[in-house]
Design a protein around this ligand. Sequence first.
Ligand code: FES
Length: 121
Amino acid sequence: MHRVIEKVQAMTQVQVLPHPDLCPQGAAFEARQGRTLLDALLDQGIAVEHACEKVCACATCHVHLRAGAEHVKPADDEEEDQLGAAWGLDAQSRLACCVRLGGAPLVVELPRHTRNHARER
Ligand code: FES
């Protein structure tokens, strides 16, 4: 008899607040725990910039975690250094490529501008 091994993927709820360009209606979806927040957003077609290709070296993937931040691993020194260059920095700022989804739901706000756009102005 065949034995079926079922691998259950733990999922996390992610809510994205409306952003005029990237996500005008806002979004709510489930993403696999352990995935980065940036990859989860890109999977949903939310085109967050990632100029350094997700290696914590550009700050263009800057987001604000409006809820749930206390349940993800805090920023390390490397992320903190990069965040210093982010546009619209606040106490809830994180780099989406550095945030790994845990079990708690997240509410994400995308900044109006990215570091790249801010430089152009
Ligand atoms: S993609 Fe460059 S810091 Fe996240």
